[in-house]
Design a protein around this ligand. Structure first.
Ligand SMILES: Nc1ncnc2c1ncn2[C@@H]1O[C@H](COP(=O)(O)OP(=O)(O)O)[C@@H](O)[C@H]1O
Ligand SMILES: [Mg+2]
Length: 321
C-alpha cells in the first residue's frame, strides 16, 4: 500500500451497549482503501452491531469512529451514499423481477437515469442473472437471490462494501460464486469489510482479519502475523518410511519440545512405502535438532515441511488465552 494508501475506516474505543450488555467493546481498528478486511467471530460476537455503527444506522455508546473522514452519527447519509451493505438476511420483493429490483435501487441510490439501464445490465451480466432478468424473484433459488442481493449492494458502485455473512446458508456452488465476486471486487480496488464465522473463507479472501469474541478484538493482523504471534500452533510434517511410523511417533512424543506427534494416514504415500507424521509445538529454529534426532535413530526422512498455522488454529488458540 505504501505512501499512496488512504485510510477509509478508523475507530478508537468504539463501543456499543444494549442495557447492561456490551455488544462491541472498545474496538480500535484502521482499514485502508483496497483492503479485504475480515471480521471473524461466532454468533453474537458483535459483527453486525459494528457494521451498523460504521454506516450510521446505530449510534455508538462511546468511542470515536470515522468513515471517509466523516462521523457516521451526523453524516450517515453521506457515508451510505459511498458504501454498500449486504445484510445478513437481505429482503427482496418476490413480486418484482431481477431487473425491476435493480432499477428500483438504482433510482433510490441516485444513479443518473441515463446510466441506470447500462449499470443494471452490467450487474445482471456480472452475476449471471441475464437469463432470468425478467423473471420474478419469488421463483429464484437461494443462490440466485444472494447474487441479486449482492448486485443490488453494488448498484451505486460503492467504495466500501460491507458483507455480513454473505455465504451462510448457501450451497457450495453458490458459495464459490460469491467468493469469485468478492475476488473480482478487490481487483477493482474496492474495500471489503467481510463479516464471517467461516475461517476458511476469511483465510482465502482476506488481507487482514480481526478475531472477535464477546465484542472484544482478540487479535488483528494477517493470518501469518497472527500465527507467529502464538507460539503454539506450529506444525512440522515429516515424511518417513511407512514401517517406521509407530517407532517415530513414540520417539518424537518423548522428545520435547514436541507437544504431540501424530501419524497421518495418506493412502497414496503408504502405497509408495512412505507415511507422514505431524509434530505439533515445534518452532522453526528447533527443526535442525529434530532432523538430527531422526537421523540418529535411523529414520529415513523423505521430506520435512514446516506448516503455517491455519486461521482455525489461531482462532481456537486465541479463544483459550
Ligand atoms: N438491537 C439490539 N438490542 C439488544 N441486543 C442486541 C441488539 N443487537 C445486537 N444485540 C446483542 O449484541 C450482541 C452482538 O450482536 P451482533 O452484533 O448481532 O453479533 P454478530 O453479528 O457477531 O452475530 C449479541 O449478544 C446480541 O444479542
Ligand atoms: Mg451478525
Amino acid at each position: 500500500m505504501g505512501a499512496t494508501s488512504t485510510t477509509v475506516i478508523v475507530t478508537e474505543g468504539l463501543t456499543r451497549s444494549f442495557g447492561s450488555q456490551v455488544a462491541v467493546d472498545a474496538l480500535t481498528v484502521t482499514i485502508e482503501a483496497g483492503e479485504v478486511f475480515g471480521f471473524l467471530g461466532h454468533n453474537g460476537a458483535g459483527k453486525t452491531t459494528t457494521v451498523r455503527m460504521l454506516n450510521g444506522v446505530l449510534a455508538p455508546t462511546a468511542g470515536r469512529v470515522r468513515v471517509f473522514g466523516l462521523d457516521p452519527t451526523t453524516d450517515g447519509h453521506r457515508i451510505r451514499a459511498r458504501t454498500g451493505v449486504l445484510t445478513e438476511t437481505p429482503a427482496l420483493d418476490s413480486r418484482l423481477t431481477a431487473r425491476m429490483t435493480l432499477l428500483h435501487f438504482a433510482e433510490i441510490y441516485g444513479v443518473p437515469p441515463r446510466e441506470r439501464t447500462r449499470r443494471v445490465d452490467e450487474l445482471l451480466a456480472l452475476f449471471e442473472l441475464e437469463k432470468r432478468a425478467d423473471s420474478k424473484v419469488g421463483g429464484f433459488s437461494k443462490g440466485m437471490r444472494q447474487r441479486l442481493a449482492l448486485a443490488r449492494t453494488l448498484i451505486h458502485d460503492p467504495e466500501i462494501i460491507f458483507l455480513d455473512e454473505p455465504t451462510s446458508g448457501l450451497d457450495p456452488v453458490a458459495i464459490r460464486d460469491v467468493h469469485h465476486t468478492i475476488e473480482q471486487l478487490t481487483h477493482r480496488g474496492r474495500t471489503v469489510f467481510l463479516c464471517t464465522h467461516n475461517l476458511a473463507e476469511a483465510e482465502r479472501l482476506c488481507d487482514r482479519v480481526a478475531v472477535l469474541a464477546h465484542g472484544r478484538v482478540l487479535a488483528i493482523g494477517t493470518t501469518q502475523e497472527l500465527g507467529s504471534r502464538l507460539n503454539r500452533g506450529h506444525r512440522i510434517s515429516l515424511e518417513i518410511e511407512a514401517q517406521d511410523i509407530a517407532r517415530a511417533v513414540k520417539l518424537f512424543a518423548a522428545t520435547p519440545p514436541v507437544s504431540l506427534a501424530e501419524a497421518v494416514t495418506d493412502r497414496t504415500a503408504v502405497r509408495n512405502g512412505s507415511a507422514t507424521i505431524v509434530l505439533h509445538g515445534v518452532s522453526r529454529s528447533e527443526v535442525p535438532a529434530m532432523i538430527q534426532t531422526a537421523i540418529q535413530h535411523d529414520l529415513k526422512l523423505y521430506r520435512v515441511q514446516p506448516e503455517e498455522p491455519s486461521l482455525e488454529d489461531v482462532y481456537f488458540a486465541l479463544q483459550e488465552l
